[in-house]
Design a protein around this ligand. Structure first.
Ligand SMILES: Nc1ncnc2c1ncn2[C@@H]1O[C@H](COP(=O)(O)OP(=O)(O)O)[C@@H](O)[C@H]1O
Ligand SMILES: [Mg+2]
Length: 421
């Protein structure tokens, strides 16, 4: 009784709709009633009404909002995000038939967009999908506890140290971040993920490729090799007399299972695999592109960055120059950056001693050379990546954004799963 008045602290209604015209409202009311919700939850006022009302009351679990009155739907949807609590599933409707707008709306976290005039069946479908999202095991837990960070590491060419970086980052996410982490080494014939950690790779990955239908949580548990309490590895030394025949379904399925079973996944993706199986990048939140300061790397960095823009527009990309030697680089940092038209995010020094020592000990460089410049650089990269999903790296503002982002990736995960079926 004595608690300070806080209008936002009410229980959430399951549903609210803000429409612009009588037709929509008449169509919606019986459907809402069918689903056991109050017909009064459908009101007029469109997007402006929604923003006004939600700024002083708790947001519903599912929100239907009519954008017909909105001059700038995208900006308005963003203002809606400011007053909506994370976890709200938003279905929008409008008169604009424009694929670009549709995609941008989905990108900003909208679950579905219905073109007006919509039919009862369309709304029914859309509401059913929203309810399915709610029942999905991940929903609602995403922002608070079940983080998942999927990072792909690509070497712009062989030998730049991508696998070295990948195993170190995976180890750091477990050790420094305290997150259960999987290292998925997709270099099926020549992978070094297990080797560099002094482990036997086992048959897990090759079995998975031979028989993707078997991949489930239990399979993962058996197939992965534990490096320590927090880090598990899936890697292979597949016989080199047989080519690998796969449509990539197994890799996708592995990623999916790992998302459920671990907090972080680091995928070591050989460059050629990226070309063969672009879908490997659909769900990654971040990409670490490992480069060296050479002419060939400059050309391919430009090409891969452009590829990522098209094939993984959702992912944050870090450019990491590795094996940087003060006098032995072909190209200066400045020239490299000018050519790729962006900055290098991290520079990791060439350190032969640490590389050899780590190999000898069978430990990731980040562990064996913890205090070296190379080790510290790697630790900084993992911190930067974890900041993407952890609570609050940049002060209060980012929390809401982060959870919207999580919502979004969950939505895309579901969508792509549905699309694949
Ligand atoms: N910063 C570094 N300094 C010195 N040697 C390195 C460094 N990073 C990686 N190496 C070495 O370079 C070689 C290639 O690394 P690897 O990670 O297998 O490359 P990739 O996966 O890109 O082909 C390995 O012998 C590794 O120990
Ligand atoms: Mg490699």
């Amino acid at each position: 009784m004595n608690a300070p008045f806080n209008p936002k602290q009410q229980t959430r209604n399951p549903f609210a709709a803000y429409v612009c015209d009588d037709n929509s409202s008449e169509l919606l009311k019986p459907l809402v009633f069918e689903l056991g919700w109050a017909p009064e939850s459908v009101s007029k006022g469109g997007l402006r009404g929604a923003v006004q009302s939600l700024s002083v009351s708790a947001s519903p679990t599912i929100l239907f909002v009519d954008l017909a009155d909105s001059a700038d739907p995208l900006a308005d949807v963003n203002s809606l995000a400011e007053v909506c609590e994370p976890g709200t599933i938003v279905i929008a409707a409008g008169n604009t038939n424009d694929v670009r707008l549709y995609r941008e709306l989905l990108n900003s976290g909208i679950q579905d967009y219905l073109l007006k005039p919509f039919t009862a069946d369309q709304i029914r479908d859309s509401l059913a999908q929203a309810q399915m999202m709610l029942m999905g095991p991940r929903h609602g837990m995403i922002a608070e506890d079940a983080i998942h960070l999927m990072t792909a590491v690509i070497g712009v060419r062989g030998g730049v140290g991508a696998s070295t970086v990948a195993s170190s980052l995976a180890w750091l996410m477990g050790e420094n971040g305290g997150h259960s982490t999987a290292l998925l080494d997709l270099d099926v014939h020549f992978g070094t993920g297990a080797l560099s950690l002094d482990l036997e790779p086992g048959r897990g990955l090759t079995d998975a490729i031979d028989n993707p239908a078997r991949i489930d949580g239990l399979f993962l548990e058996r197939a992965l090799v534990k490096a320590n309490d927090k880090l598990s590895v899936l890697s292979a030394e597949a016989p080199i007399n047989n080519p690998i025949i796969t449509d990539g379904g197994a890799y996708f399925q592995l990623q999916e299972e790992m998302k459920g079973a671990f907090e972080c996944t680091v995928v070591d993706v050989p460059r050629g695999m990226m070309v063969q199986h672009p879908h490997l990048f659909h769900d990654v939140q971040s990409v670490v592109l490992v480069v060296d300061l050479t002419l060939a790397a400059t050309r391919d960095t430009i090409r891969i960055l452009a590829w990522l823009k098209n094939n993984a527009p959702q992912a944050g990309v870090l450019v990491v120059a590795n094996r940087v030697h003060p006098s032995l680089t072909e190209i200066s940092r400045k020239d490299f950056e000018n050519s790729i038209e962006r900055e290098i995010d991290f520079m990791l020094p060439y350190d032969h001693k640490q590389a050899v020592n780590a190999a000898k000990l069978g430990k990731p460089v980040a562990e064996a050379g913890k205090t070296s410049k190379l080790g510290q650089g790697l630790a900084q990269i993992s911190e930067k990546l974890l900041a993407l999903v952890s609570d609050d790296p940049t002060g209060g503002e980012s929390k809401k954004k982060a959870s919207l982002l999580d919502e979004l990736s969950a939505i895309f995960a579901t969508k792509s799963k549905i699309a694949k079926k």
